[in-house]
Structure formats: C-alpha cells, structure tokens
Design a protein around this ligand. Structure first.
Ligand code: SAM
Length: 278
C-alpha cells in the first residue's frame, strides 16, 4: 500500500471511467508499479513535477508517495477530475490539477523550479511534446529531466545510434541536448486495457549546454528533411533545404552521396550551422 486511497479498480468503477481509445487511455492500475516508475527520476522532495495525462491518478499517487514537493497534473478528460480531486484532498497543497489539452496549456505559471516532467501519455501526444521540450530556442529548458512512457519502438528510436534502422530525428534531437536512456521496459499486459505493443520508460536529463552548437529550428528542419527520405542520398533528400546544398554538405564534411543514417550528430550540427550562416 502506497497510500490510504482506494484501489484504482474501485476508483475507475466508482467514477465510470471506461477507457476511451480516442484519448489513448491505457491505464496503469498496479500502484507498486507506478511507485517504481515515480522513483525513476530520482529524489523529488525538492522538485515540482509536471505530470501530463494523469488519468485516474495511478502515477500521480506514485509521485506523491515518492515524496514529490508538488505535482501539477494536466489532463484532458473531464471524467478524471473527480478522482484527481480526491487525491488532491488526501495530499493538501501538494497536487494541482489543470483540465485541458497539454498541447495547448502553458503550465509554467503553476510551477516553481527545479522542475521534472513525468508522463504516461498516448504516444503521438508524447512524441509531439518531447520534440517541443527538446527544441526551445534557448537552452537549458524549464525542466531538469523528462521521464516518459512510450511504445517500445519509439523509446528505441530516442536512444538509437547512427547506422541503426531506429536512428533518426528523435535520436538526434534527444541526444543533442540531453543524455537519454531506457529506464524500464513494460509488457503490454501491465496496462488496462492492454495495448497491442510493449512500452518503455525513457529518462532524459538536460545537459547544461547542447553537445554541439546549432540553431534548434534549422537543425530540426535539416534532420526532418534528411530522414523523411532516408533511403535517398543526402544531396537529393536535402535539395529543398537550401540552395547549393552540396556546398553545405562538403562544409560539414559530409559526402553528398551519403545517406542520413550514416551521419552522426556532430556533422548534422555542422551542416545546420553552415545552412544557418548562408
Ligand atoms: N497516467 C495514467 C496512467 O498511467 O494510468 C493514464 C495514462 S493514459 C496512457 C493517457 C492519459 O493521457 C489519459 O488519461 C488521457 O485522457 C490523457 N490525455 C490524452 N491526450 C491528452 C492531452 N492532449 N492532454 C492531456 N492529457 C491527455
């Protein structure tokens, strides 16, 4: 038992919280498991936690039991407000809940640094938020670390190395400004209802400065174009990115006939700098 609140199955039954596919609802009901996930970001007692997509609150309860100073939870489904209010009442002053779309809400007004982000979100929303959190114009960002659940295949793309099939935009953007590793793997049956594929939690820690200088927007644009046509030679995949792309590729020490998969982060950053300087 991690707290005195009722088991999640009872909470879900009491509030009629049948899982909705459109909201990507696959809940974690085992509080021992959510408590383990909540400890992956390390000691939270001096941190505010931004939790995105708390649902009925399994991970939220884990985070509070793990000692988080304050949790700000952003949830789109109005049916989850009542169960989340019960958790807030059991932990006075430690849980704030915002109802709305995490892609539209700016949570910063409600958070005090240091801030860690923890989420078990539908994977498409999670990927979009991850890219936003990794590509602000200025660095370091508002958060110290991100602990995020993904489909296992997406998690593997975040930590992939050059030359592998999983290597691409997510690996480059994540590894440019963070250290990232897979912190836990979960079988599909850990969730209710069980999704079709297994999941994994990725933990990303913000570096004090990016590994190599580059403009975030230009780097994003270059790697997106390079990997959108990953089987093409870079001189044709990147044709729309800048006039004289072959000159930029040579300036970055990249053979124009190479494919995106062969090029490491350092050379993509050099390419982004050359394109930005033109
Ligand atoms: N964190 C809970 C858990 O681990 O059991 C729920 C996880 S469930 C995979 C994803 C949650 O994200 C759902 O509660 C869903 O309603 C919520 N959600 C989906 N899209 C969202 C969005 N755009 N903004 C905020 N919450 C969202």
């Amino acid at each position: 038992m991690i707290d005195d609140l009722p088991p999640l199955r009872d909470v879900i039954a009491a509030h009629g919280l049948s899982a909705r596919k459109a909201l990507g609802q696959n809940f974690l009901l085992d509080l021992n498991l959510t408590h383990r996930i909540a400890r992956l970001p390390g000691d939270l007692s001096a941190c505010d936690v931004l939790e995105v997509g708390p649902g009925p609150g399994g991970l939220t309860r884990g985070l509070l039991a793990a000692g988080a100073r304050h949790v700000l939870a952003v949830e789109k489904d109005p049916r989850c407000m009542a169960p989340l209010a019960e958790i807030a009442a059991a932990h006075p002053g430690r849980l704030t809940v915002l109802e709305g779309d995490a892609l539209a809400i700016d949570p910063l007004a409600h958070l005090t640094p240091p801030i860690r982000v923890v989420a078990n979100l539908p994977y498409n929303v999670g990927t979009e938020l991850l890219v936003r959190w990794l590509t602000p114009p200025e660095w370091p960002p508002f958060w110290d670390s991100l602990t995020l659940m993904f489909q296992r295949e997406v998690a593997e793309r975040i930590v992939a190395v050059p030359g592998s099939g999983a290597y691409g935009r997510l690996a480059l953007l994540a590894q440019w400004r963070t250290t990232a590793h897979i912190a836990m793997r979960l079988p599909a049956r850990a969730f209710t209802p069980a999704p079709k594929v297994d999941s994994a939690v990725v933990h990303l820690t913000a570096l004090p400065a990016p590994r190599f200088p580059a403009d975030a927007k230009v780097l994003s644009r270059v790697v997106a174009a390079a990997f959108n046509q990953r089987r093409k030679m870079l001189r044709s995949a990147l044709r729309g990115v800048a006039p004289d792309i072959e000159g930029h590729l040579r300036a970055a020490d990249i053979p124009p006939t190479a494919r995106a998969e062969e090029i490491d982060l350092e050379r993509f950053c050099a390419l982004a700098r050359s394109v930005a300087a033109a």
